[in-house]
Design a protein around this ligand. Structure first.
Ligand code: NAP
Length: 326
């Protein structure tokens, strides 16, 4: 069995498992089996995962409650907790027209930090992230002061921004304030744009990068078809509209041609995310023990060959934010 590899989480210096855990699906997507999700979480801890990403919005606190249970079950292990504050208007993403007071007034930042801590049943969070962001707020003292206060009071150890889909640079000005230690960004074989500006900036300034959505919400696992549909209310029906699903599947088929013998698509997808030195941890969404086992096995310290990485760079797909992509 492979031993989990750990990476330094930016200037915070935390040693985090390079394969972390995305906790949206288990509380927010249809088809979740709570017992299996909990078993998957426990298995991940046994296999060395120590970084868990949740949000108040994942089941209105349900995912946070499940994470709290997990952390309390391992009092002797350091499990890093990362959550997110929803915008006050509960809209994704933060549009250019939204004001700071529409999304993150100081009292809202405090209220949801306290709500998350209550859900988790913990006294402090390792990382609290803004669930949406617009960099035009970067220099506004109101969020800056509240974040500093919550840190001084010990409720939050560090702050992060989860950037809007396909807007990886929409946080650089906030990073320049020195108050943000981590950025969570969509990074996968299709969405390679963070490599252009965000990753070099992060490396230079020791900002931790959390690579989210490594499987493009499922397409890069190779399990979707033109008939893929989910029960009513499942967010994936909106993301995988025909407009997105058809070209996505064409690209997945092209990608299969570059898949090395003996490697699965999910393995290739995760190894791609881990190849970049700016990435501290990749957080696949997982609800099954089998997925935890195969994803964790990717952490074996063996990088993808340069020739294959070059081929993968040709699969970059530049998409612009759309009505279905939030
Ligand atoms: N705005 C934001 O801040 C934001 C937005 C999106 C996501 N996130 C974070 O990023 C995490 C990851 O993104 P995501 O969960 O949306 O999408 P994702 O990781 O790209 O894909 C998750 C899907 O991949 C499947 N999967 C996982 N491992 C697999 C394997 N080895 N083989 C086949 N299928 C596999 C999962 O199945 P099962 O669930 O059945 O195991 C699930 O259907 C989230 O959980 C969340 O923590 C944050």
């Amino acid at each position: 069995m492979n031993l989990m590899q750990y990476r330094t989480f930016g200037r915070l210096g935390w040693q985090v498992s390079e394969v972390g855990y995305g906790m949206w699906g288990l509380a927010g997507w249809t088809g979740s089996d709570d017992a299996e999700s909990r078993a998957a979480l426990h298995k991940s801890v046994e296999l060395g995962v120590n970084f868990f990403d949740t949000a108040w919005a994942y089941g209105d606190g349900r995912s946070e409650k499940i994470l709290g249970e997990l952390v309390r079950a391992y009092p002797d292990k350091k499990l890093y907790t990362a959550s997110k504050i929803p915008a006050r208007n509960f809209k994704w993403p933060a549009k250019e027209s939204y004001l700071l007071e529409d999304c993150y007034p100081a009292d809202h930042i405090r209220k949801f930090t306290e709500a998350s801590l209550e859900n988790l049943g913990l006294d402090s969070l390792d990382l609290m992230q803004f669930h949406v962001w617009n960099d035009k707020w970067a220099t506004d003292q109101r969020w800056q002061k509240e974040c500093q206060k919550l840190k001084d009071e010990g409720l939050v150890k560090a702050w992060g921004i989860s950037v809007n889909r396909w807007e990886p640079t929409n946080c650089i000005e906030a990073l320049k304030t020195g108050l943000i230690d981590a950025v969570q960004v969509i990074y996968n074989i299709f969405d390679q744009n963070p490599e252009d500006e965000l990753f070099p900036f992060a490396l230079e300034n020791k900002i931790a990068i959390i690579a989210r959505v490594p499987f493009d919400e499922g397409s890069l696992t190779g399990t979707l078809t033109l008939d893929s549909k989910w029960p009513e209310g499942d967010w994936r029906n909106r993301y995988f509209t025909k407009e997105n699903l058809v070209p996505t599947l064409e690209r997945v088929e092209k990608l299969r041609r570059d898949l090395p013998a003996g490697m699965t698509l999910p393995e290739l997808a995760l190894r791609f995310c881990l190849h970049h030195p700016a990435v501290s941890t990749v957080i696949p969404g997982m609800r099954k023990r089998s997925h935890v086992a195969s994803n964790v096995a990717v952490s074996d310290g063996k990088p993808l060959p340069a020739e294959l990485l070059q081929k993968l760079s040709a699969h970059r797909w530049v998409r612009m934010p759309s009505s279905w992509s939030d």
